[in-house]
Write a protein that binds this ligand. Structure first.
Ligand SMILES: [Zn+2]
Ligand SMILES: [Zn+2]
Length: 275
């Protein structure tokens, strides 16, 4: 687990004392539910600052009266686990005092714009945080979403679906064997379109973009609420980046630049399905 302590991310001191807890029934998963800057996905150096921003916004929320960041932990797109209130302390995120006592609160840096779906590294980090709560914080085995028992969309449909599938680690992470890339030119890919598909201003649009989006969807990756609309927007770039990282983690090296060049194009068709 890549744990980032409060000191390491530069947490402000709490403005009151924590309520101690010794056990919980498990963990509840959250998302930010607001814009999460897409730039975070490409630059882990920004993640600590983003956690400081979350903490500052929580501590400035007069109606909630939070003494600190509300979450127990926050997980970034790169899989680091930032210590929020941490273990043995009641969180402030689950909706009310009973819910906050019942489960730890782990938040993913996923929002309603910018970064809108979890990366595989993030899912790995969430499992790291859950296991840490269980092994060292007295958490039981339940993994739930914020919306379980409280009226909210949190943690969003992608993360909630993952919870309902049992909150698994992504295939290919950890110690499992990584499939080897095939040898030789055995390509089932349609011809590369001849232009590199990427996020541009104004946005790229076309049948080639739609082809990539449809292929991502076919391989169970979300490209956003509009589906294969032919526009290479932020969501498509984020998903392509996630696909590239997932490929690299599964023995199919790709740069995670969020652009579809010949190598990523080929991998979209030829890489064995692992999720
Ligand atoms: Zn929540
Ligand atoms: Zn990060």
């Amino acid at each position: 687990m890549k744990l980032v302590s409060r000191a390491e991310w530069g947490a402000a001191a709490p403005t009151g004392s924590y309520t101690r807890i010794t056990s919980t029934r498990g963990v509840k998963i959250h998302y930010e539910g607001s814009a999460v800057p897409g730039a975070l996905a490409a630059d882990h150096g920004r993640c600590a600052g983003h956690v400081r921003d979350i903490q500052a916004s929580h501590m400035a929320n007069a109606s909630e009266g939070w003494i600190d960041i509300a979450y127990s932990f926050v997980v970034c797109p790169h899989g680091s686990v930032f210590e929020g209130r941490g273990l043995g302390r009641k969180n402030g995120a689950n909706g009310n005092s009973a819910l906050n006592t019942g489960h730890y609160a782990v938040c993913a840096m996923v929002g309603t714009s910018g970064i809108t779906s979890p990366t595989d590294a993030m899912l790995d980090g969430l499992v790291d945080a859950i296991e840490y709560c269980q092994a060292s914080g007295g958490a039981g085995g339940e993994v739930r979403g914020h919306r379980d028992g409280y009226a909210t969309d949190c943690p969003g449909d992608d993360l909630y679906g993952w919870i309902q599938r049992g909150a698994p680690r992504p295939v290919g992470s950890g110690t499992g064997p990584a499939p080897a890339p095939p040898s030789g030119p055995v390509s089932g890919a349609p011809p590369f379109p001849g232009r590199i598909l990427r996020l541009t201003e104004p946005l790229m649009h076309g049948g080639d973009v739609r082809t990539v989006q449809a292929r991502l969807i076919e391989r169970t990756w979300s490209v956003g609420p509009d589906g294969a609309d032919g526009w290479y927007g932020e969501h498509t770039r984020t998903t392509v980046t996630a696909f590239q990282r997932d490929s690299a983690a599964n023995g199919w090296p790709l740069a995670d630049d969020g652009e579809v060049g010949p190598l990523t194009w080929a991998a979209l068709w030829d890489r064995p399905v692992t999720r």
